[in-house]
Design a protein. Sequence first.
Length: 209
Amino acid sequence: MGKTCRFCDIIKGHIRGKENHPIWENEEYISLASIGALVEGWVLIVPKKHIISMKELYVEKNFVDFTNYMLDAMRLNYPGPFITFEHGPSKCDSITSCGTNHAHLHLVPYPYSLYTDMLCTGLTWESCTVGQISSKAGTNEYLFYSEIPNNYAYEEIKGFIHILKQPISQYFRKLMANQLNCSDEYDYKKYARIDVAIDTNTVLARALV
């Protein structure tokens, strides 16, 4: 029997709980409040199709429209700016996927830049638009990060990509936890913060009615 997928089970309605209820959905995507969120308003964009990474989806119109719609709702309810990132695995059960073998993009209202801290970790970063992620990553695992100014649409953003030589887990969560002075609480598996996810779901679902 194959392993179960939490996101696929949520999409099929097999997992209950306010924190697991989609904030918004269309025929191809759902948005969810992130478990383990270090700040309220942390949202995941999840394709309904079970795939490993987002790299082929960034240029699709339906993805762009869905993501911009969510950003508009987030901007009405949470102060900007926003950051966005993906831990891009290349195979199931890679630790880069952070225990979730289903592609997802993070959108987070966050007042600080992670870029200086990213450089201090010793990883090499290359400037990259969302449309270049697939060609730059190829079959490799990657990390992608960008900051979204308040007046920008998602397809306009530029960010940074690092091609991983070896898998890495919860990289951006660790940087954020360090900045927020809770470095021991980066792991969403240990610190699920269900109450924060429920608050995010409630606020944004109401805004999108």
